[in-house]
Structure formats: C-alpha cells, structure tokens
Design a protein. Structure first.
Length: 317
C-alpha cells in the first residue's frame, strides 16, 4: 500500500520547478535529471499532485516559470579550458545515457543492416522471393551468398516466409541457430532469452540444449540466454501472430509481457515501476498504432495508477 504522507514544502517547490521546466524545451541532460528526481516515491507523489493542480489551474502555470527563477544562475567565474573539456565530456556521457534509457535499442539499430524504430514495421523481399517482416524496435543483419542466407537478429522480432528451400536459410539469435525446413516462422529476441513460433512447416534449432531438435507448425519454443532449459508448447499461432496484422491479442497474459510488447510501438518509454503488478492478468485486443489508448484501457481495467511525463515516459505504479 502506498504511503499517504504529504510531500514536504521543499519537495512541492521542486515539483513546481520541474513542472515549469518540462513545459519548456528541456534538453536530454535536463530530462535525465528529472527522471532521476522522479525515482523517489515522495517526489513522484508531489509530481502527481502538481499535475492535478495545473489541470485545474492552467493559467497560473506561466506565471510560476516567469523570470526563470527555477534555473540555476549562470557561472560568473572563468574556468580553465581543461575543465570545460571535462564538463563537455560529462555532458556527452549523460546525454548518451539519457538517450539509451529512453530508447534502449538505439545503438543496435544504428549499426544493423536493417532496422525499425519503435512504432515502425518494415517489409523486406529478398531476391529469391523470401519475405521478412520486421516488428517495431528490431535490428538484424543479412548475409547472402551462394552457400546460403544468414540472418543475425540483434534485437526485436521478425517474421520469415522462406522461398527456395534448396539454399540454407538460417536465423541466428545469440548463439542459437534456427534452420528453416520449408516454413513460415517468427523469431523474437528479448533481454534474458528468445523464442521462435512456427506458423507453417518446421524449423531445426541448434545450439539450444544438448542436441538439435525440430519445432513444427503450431509450436513455440522458448530458451534463456545461457541456452538451457528450452521449453516447447502448443500455441495459437494466429493469436501470437496478430501483430503482423497490426493488433495485439491477449488472454490472461501477465502485465509485464504486455508492457514489453507495447514498448515496441511506443515512442515514449512505458515503465512498470511496481513489481507487484508484473503478474496481473491482461485480456484484450489493442492496436499497435495507438499505444496511448491501450495504456488507458489497462489503467481503467486493472485499476492502475499511471504518471505521464509528456515526451519522456509513462510510469505504471
């Protein structure tokens, strides 16, 4: 149960100051500092109260920030050039860290052969007629030669419809290899593990467990990053593949999984801050091009509390 203690005057003043800053054009460094400040439960409560207050009293908001009283004064003393260089380095590192927090896949996408940003899907047709569909926030490399077609999935999820079965078609996810045996299949890579779903035909998986094994239509196999404990199960491939038609379907799915999925399509980070909510069951259908509506539906159906920081994050607690 959350505390009902009221924020101190100092905390409330800080919330007002941050509100004024966030209404302006904060840079990445200021946003990172704000997110760090927001991690405190007392600060989060003060921020929520400030949002409620300004929803009711919007016009005084301009007056609160007038004159820039909330910003630290500019330094008046000269600093040696070396110190400015150090400050610039620290600033660059902080901005990079803030960018990584808001978009963890930024670097992997920047170095991949093909990629999609959160909220984007991309279709690729190879010269041999094979088709790939990259889901949001996905990065992969493609290596085609006379000896075979090799795809390395760096992150995210992709669907494969393979043509020309005479040439090897292999998807690598970490140290695991998924070999096509005339099929349609999906490979997904997430922090802590990966999985593949076979929609038609079969695949052979190598590098997971003690021996290679086949997975057939209607089956999904999951494994963790240390390549142990592969788990195979019968699944509804139409429901699991609904993202290819622009929707997400859930039947008693854990909230933590739903949040991970929504982050593929949201341009603002969705954070599940309350671990006690991870296993809350979710049943519903959501459009991938409208994560805001999906989040509001979860908020109302599960009785969640969501703090929204426009342009940065939505925090579920």
């Amino acid at each position: 149960m959350s505390s009902t203690r009221q924020p101190s005057d100092t905390t409330q003043q800080a919330a007002i100051a941050w509100f004024a800053r966030m209404r302006g054009a904060p840079d990445e460094l200021e946003r990172a500092r704000f997110l760090a400040w927001l991690e405190s439960p007392a600060n989060l409560q003060a921020w929520q109260e400030q949002l409620q207050l300004w929803d009711a009293l919007e016009q005084p908001a301009t007056a609160v920030g007038e004159g820039g009283w909330y910003r630290p004064p500019a330094p008046r003393t000269r600093r040696p050039l070396m110190r400015w260089g150090l400050a610039a380095s620290v600033l660059a590192c902080t901005v990079a860290a803030a960018g990584a927090w808001r978009d963890p896949g930024l670097y992997q996408r920047s170095v991949a052969d093909f990629s999609t940003t959160p909220g984007e899907q991309r279709r690729i047709t190879l010269d041999d007629g094979s088709r790939l569909l990259l889901d949001g926030d996905t990065a992969l490399d493609l290596d085609i030669s006379a000896q075979g077609r090799w795809i390395t999935l760096r992150r995210g999820r992709a669907a494969f419809h393979v043509a020309n079965i005479d040439t090897p078609f292999v998807v690598r996810s970490g140290k695991a290899e998924i070999h096509d045996l005339s099929t349609r299949f999906v490979v997904e890579r997430r922090d802590g593990g990966a999985n593949t779903v076979v929609e038609e035909g079969a695949v052979r998986i190598e590098g997971v467990g003690a021996h290679a094994f086949e997975v057939h239509a209607g089956q999904r196999v999951k494994w963790n990053e240390d390549l142990r404990q592969p788990r195979r199960q019968q699944v509804d491939v139409r429901a699991l593949g609904a993202w290819q038609q622009g929707v997400l379907l859930y039947q008693d799915a854990p909230l933590a999984q739903v949040v991970l999925d929504l982050n593929r399509y949201s341009r603002e980070r969705i954070v599940l801050a309350n671990a006690a909510l991870r296993d809350d069951a979710v049943t519903g259908t959501f459009r991938i091009d409208d994560t805001g509506t999906a989040l509001r539906a979860l908020e109302h159906s599960l009785g969640l509390r969501v703090t929204r920081v426009p342009g940065i994050a939505s925090i579920i607690h």
